[in-house]
Design a protein around this ligand. Structure first.
Ligand SMILES: [Mg+2]
Length: 320
């Protein structure tokens, strides 16, 4: 399957713009945002950063994309993560101002020589959204591979920071959803198609049934019919995945989807980054508001990265 330059741009910028919209109000409660909703790119607030500043979500997304753009290698992914944390690589403004606990611990382990596929915590309590928020560029590398291989690669890339099967399943579901959108399916069709196939796919991959059952609201119920007060926006990977699919399915534009995600509150930047990646792929580059792109930090660098990602996907390297 071919991936267009537009798709490479919109997945990277879709994540970054969502992230930047959420940064100023990270940790704000939903009740507060009902009174003071985010409607555009603003600055300062929670992390005292200027408007358009993206955070760890987009930075680590770019670190992964860099490795894929120059032929995918898990060790290089790990080096890029270390470089981000310790040398501000791919930061918006030359500073790391936010890092998740599980990600920080994994990077410490990597610095001490842990192998990348074993660096992440495999504990049940380490199921934050830190691998989900940065996984999307992997679509470029895995899109033409058989499902077993897709799962194995996603597992490795998640495991650099998040090694529990639940975080891996969340990343897998998210990328399978992205793959459906890349094939041109409408969003609800993509969602319903995954309801039919994804549980069986997991069983065939020997994922324990109790872990499959945790995803019941996505895989069996209709997440798009759930009321907002039953949609959670904490840093728990299941909450982020559910909220992002809910935001995508219950809106009709990129703008509506990411603003709905931000205004759920709490982990605003990550919920909007995860939503924004899929919304970017669904609605395309032109759907991302120009004034937001003009405000976004390092927009030219991100476009350059998208171009390199696109070139790599056509060079055969990503297909090997
Ligand atoms: Mg963040």
């Amino acid at each position: 399957m071919e991936i267009s330059l537009n798709a490479c741009q919109s997945l990277l910028l879709g994540v970054a713009v969502g992230d930047a919209l959420g940064v100023p109000v990270e940790f704000k409660q939903r009740a507060y945002l009902k009174q003071h909703p985010v409607t555009s790119m603003t600055g300062y607030g929670t992390h005292h950063q200027p408007a358009g500043t993206f955070s760890d979500d987009a930075s680590l997304t770019f670190c992964l994309a860099e490795s894929i753009a120059s032929s995918f290698d898990l060790k290089q992914v790990a080096r890029n993560f270390i470089n981000w944390r310790n040398h501000n690589y791919w930061t918006a403004t030359g500073e790391v101002f936010d890092v998740g606990i599980t990600t920080q611990r994994a990077i410490d382990s990597l610095v001490q020589g842990a192998s990348p596929e074993l660096a992440g915590d495999e504990g049940e309590n380490a199921n934050g959204n830190g691998s989900l928020m940065r996984i999307l560029p992997l679509i470029v590398y895995i899109k033409d591979k058989p499902v077993t291989e897709r799962f194995e690669i996603i597992k490795q890339v998640s495991s650099v920071t998040h090694r529990h099967i639940r975080a891996v399943i969340a990343c897998f579901y998210y990328l399978e959803f992205a793959l459906e959108l890349l094939q041109g399916k409408p969003k609800l069709e993509a969602y319903l198609s995954l309801q039919k196939t994804f549980p069986d796919t997991l069983r065939k991959l020997s994922v324990p049934q109790n872990e499959i059952s945790i995803f019941i609201r996505l895989l069996v119920d209709r997440i798009d019919m759930i009321d907002e007060d039953q949609i959670y926006s904490s840093g728990y990977v299941l909450h982020t995945l559910e909220a992002s699919i809910w935001c995508l399915l219950t809106t009709n534009t990129y703008t509506e989807a990411v603003l709905k995600a931000v205004n759920l509150g709490e982990d605003t930047d990550t919920t909007a980054a995860v939503t924004g990646g899929l919304a970017g792929l669904l609605y395309g580059f032109d759907s991302i508001p120009q004034n937001w792109l003009l405000t976004l930090a390092r927009r030219d660098d991100i476009e350059d990265l998208a171009l390199r990602l696109f070139n790599q996907s056509h060079s055969g390297g990503a297909r090997a």
